[in-house]
Design a protein around this ligand. Structure first.
Ligand SMILES: Nc1ncnc2c1ncn2[C@@H]1O[C@H](COP(=O)(O)OP(=O)(O)OP(=O)(O)O)[C@@H](O)[C@H]1O
Length: 734
């Protein structure tokens, strides 16, 4: 019955029998036992446990453990309820979008065919003689039962008189009643023709057109439809499990290859059927043991080659919350980079309530990706030219459409990419120079103070008005409280954070603002093309709530922008290519990381949106600062212009030398608004451009009255610098 070649021969039936006869093992699952034996071949320690020496070996995969769990109410309660209505019907925006598409499709098709009516009429006229011929010949064949003729001829040939008689009788019967019908129809046609001949002219033409149309339809060639194609629908190949497994097999991942070699197609488990999901296919995959979704995502280009689809159609994503080996593969019908993207929903009309999500971009399926701006901050990072500034512009434009929001915008590249926002911004500065950087730094200083002020306001409010100790839409609308949304954007923020003089302070301030401002209606948006430790302080990158990472080149930058372990978990912005402009991973806007392409709003369109935002502010009386034409020089600029004169004011002519610390105190006393934050280091740096350096000078401590050598300046150096400056000014004026 058995042969030596049968692998089951090597199975230890005695051991299995012993297992069977142990008191608490009532059933042995033979499949499990065989599987245990196979594993045993490779590693004898994995599937059996030696509890009491050789006699006590028991199977690890016990029948109890292998039995499917019984149904219980708990598992039903834990089950995931599938939505009754599909997501696109529940979302107002998506429903409107679908409706818009349906109406547009209908109008296009109608218009397309309407202009071709003369062409279709000509076609029908040309085809109508064939139609007449088909009707007449078909009618005669039917009338004389000609389709039965070959059979009758065959019976004649076989000289089968009885059968021939039967067929002839049947034919006579048929021809008789068909003749009656044909005669009636012919009579009706003649009567109809006579009536039409005496009818008004339009009836005659209409009848002729109808007849031509009908005969034209009947005379249609089988391979040529009457109507041209108004909409060409692209045909895409189906995604099947076979295609997916074959593509995964060519990625060169050892774990996948070994599993496929052992188990074939079964090595890749599909956790649910491959389905259509939006304009593409979706496969939910459990990768073989030990292979992570990140391993596949890293080889997206090879995966696309394996699937024989353009790279922009293939979007593998991990689901680390399920397990690291769960992969969701979405294969679009069209390349995401070239597929037509819907316009930004607020492009032409609409206002924004910043306490509600704003439309930020679209996902690979073309659906809107919303983003919250309140109670969070935003960090955008990528290599140069991937679409950072365009991405930053979208939430800024949304903020522009909320009349309550105050915008402060600093663009540190100096190309004017955010220029349209100057129409609505309370503060706007653009430039790569130190002055602009210092303005941005000042803005952060102000924000820190604003945080303190707002915190005090909120603390002073009764719990009934402010139950969660954070700004609510109602509080933000109360002008007297000054708790309106305050949106501050710094594009190319690496310039500020890596600045030798301002960098450290800016990093500390930004971290404080990010941590505190969130609940106080202050929203900081940072965009950087150099997401590394020097250009993006860890205190900043670790505390930002919402992150958008466009194309980056490595794991470090990826995790700097998207958060620690993102790369390991398969959220890899390294997979985006040069063509994927405006595309990135959005983290923090939803539970999972989302592949998002930001809405494309170009310069002129952005300007039109800002004009609307400006009109809203004018109506609400909230236009202020830069946008309102109040070109107040920045504290940095004022300080720079007046520093030398103010030093001469606070250091009398009889005091040749003064300590830097004394000078800083006196300047703050003179003008707290401009010099309140001035530190000794900043003073030293501000004097450097005039060639004035601080050195050890003798002075007396006013509190102790003791003399000492400390860092300070000589008054004469300042006086010389003022004289030099005035000379220059005089030259220029002349
Ligand atoms: N959502 C988008 N869809 C299509 N193209 C886009 C999108 N966003 C940006 N682009 C294109 O990418 C180009 C670069 O964008 P952007 O200037 O925002 O890049 P950047 O990362 O800020 O560059 P840099 O670091 O040099 O400032 C733009 O000229 C634009 O045409």
């Amino acid at each position: 019955m058995t042969s030596n070649n049968d692998p089951d021969d090597r199975f230890d039936w005695h051991a299995a029998e012993a297992d069977l006869t142990t008191p608490d093992a009532d059933v042995v699952d033979l499949d499990a036992a065989r599987a245990a034996r196979h594993h045993d071949d490779t590693d004898p320690t994995t599937d059996t446990v030696d509890l009491d020496g050789p006699a006590g070996r028991v199977l690890v995969d016990s029948p109890d453990a292998q039995r499917s769990p019984r149904f219980d109410l708990g598992s039903l309660r834990a089950g995931e309820r599938r939505p009754i209505l599909p997501a696109w019907i529940r979302s107002r925006a998506e429903l409107c979008d679908a409706m818009r598409w349906a109406v547009g499709h209908l109008l296009h098709t109608t218009g397309y065919h309407a202009v071709r009516v003369p062409k279709y009429a000509g076609r029908l006229a040309l085809r109508s003689p064939v139609g007449v011929w088909r009707v007449l010949s078909g009618g005669l064949r039917w009338l004389f039962d000609l389709e039965g003729e070959p059979v009758r001829q065959a019976t004649v040939q076989r000289a089968n008189a009885e059968e021939y008689l039967k067929l002839s009788r049947q034919r006579d019967r048929r021809v008789r009643w068909r003749g009656i019908i044909a005669t009636t129809a012919l009579t009706a046609t003649i009567v109809g023709s006579v009536l039409v001949a005496f009818a008004p002219e339009w009836v005659r033409w209409a009848s002729l057109a109808t007849l031509v149309g009908l005969f034209g339809i009947v005379g249609r060639p089988a391979d040529k439809p009457l109507l041209d194609t108004a909409v060409v629908v692209p045909r895409v190949a189906k995604l099947t499990s076979h295609v997916v497994v074959s593509a995964l097999a060519v990625l060169g991942i050892a774990g996948i290859n070994q599993a496929i070699a052992k188990q074939g197609q079964k090595a890749i488990a599909f956790t649910s059927p491959i389905t259509r999901d939006g304009p593409g296919w979706r496969a939910d995959i459990d990768l073989p043991a030990g292979v992570t979704a990140g391993d596949v995502i890293e080889r997206r280009d090879r995966l696309a080659a394996g699937l024989a689809r353009p790279l922009g159609c293939v979007w593998p994503e991990g689901r680390p919350e399920v397990h690291p080996g769960r992969l969701v593969l979405w294969v679009g019908d069209q390349d995401m980079a070239t597929a037509k993207q819907p316009a930004w929903p607020l492009l032409k009309s609409g206002t924004v309530d910043l306490f509600r999500p704003i439309p930020f971009g679209t996902d690979p399926r073309g659906r809107n990706v919303p983003m919250d701006l309140m109670y969070t901050n935003l960090l955008i990072g990528s290599i140069p030219g991937a679409g950072k500034t365009f991405s930053l512009r979208v939430p800024l434009l949304a903020a522009a459409l909320d009349a309550r929001a105050e915008l402060r915008v600093f663009e540190l590249k100096g190309t004017g990419d955010l220029e349209p926002l100057a129409l609505v911004a309370t503060r706007y500065a653009s430039g790569p120079d130190d002055d602009t950087l210092e303005e941005a730094l000042d803005a952060l200083r102000e924000l820190r103070k604003e945080c303190q002020r707002r915190a005090a306001v909120i603390k002073g409010l009764p719990k009934s008005v402010c139950p969660e100790n954070k700004v609510t839409p109602e509080l933000a609308s109360r002008k007297n409280l000054g708790l309106h949304p305050l949106v501050v954007a710094i594009d190319e923020c690496q310039e500020l954070f890596s600045h030798p003089e301002f960098g450290k302070e800016a990093g500390e301030l930004a971290e404080k603002v990010i941590k505190l401002g969130r609940a106080l209606g202050i929203h900081l948006m940072l965009a950087t093309q150099r997401p590394d430790a020097r250009s993006l302080p860890t205190g900043v990158s670790a505390n930002v709530g919402t992150r958008f990472c466009l194309r980056v080149m490595g794991q470090v930058e990826n995790d700097m922008v998207l958060g620690t372990s993102s790369y390991k978990n398969g959220v890899r912005a390294t997979m985006f290519t040069r063509r994927d402009k405006g595309m990135g991973y959005l983290v923090g806007a939803a539970d999972d990381a989302q592949i998002t392409r930001t809405y494309y709003v170009d310069g002129p369109a952005a300007e039109r949106v800002c004009q609307r935002g400006r009109a809203l502010r004018e109506a609400a009386g909230t236009l202020s600062g830069h946008a309102a034409g109040q070109q107040t020089a920045s504290p940095a600029a004022v300080r720079r212009d007046s520093l030398l004169d103010d030093i001469l004011t606070v250091v009398p002519a009889g005091e040749p030398k003064v300590w830097a610390e004394t000078l800083v105190e006196r300047l703050a006393e003179l003008n707290g608004e401009i010099y309140g934050d001035l530190t000794r280091d900043q003073l030293t740096a501000a004097l450097k451009p005039y060639g004035i350096t601080t050195g050890q000078v003798w002075g007396t401590d006013p509190t102790t009255g003791k003399g000492a050598n400390r860092r300070g300046i000589e008054r004469q150096h300042i006086a010389d610098a003022v004289a030099e400056r005035n000379k220059h000014r005089g030259d220029k004026a002349a």
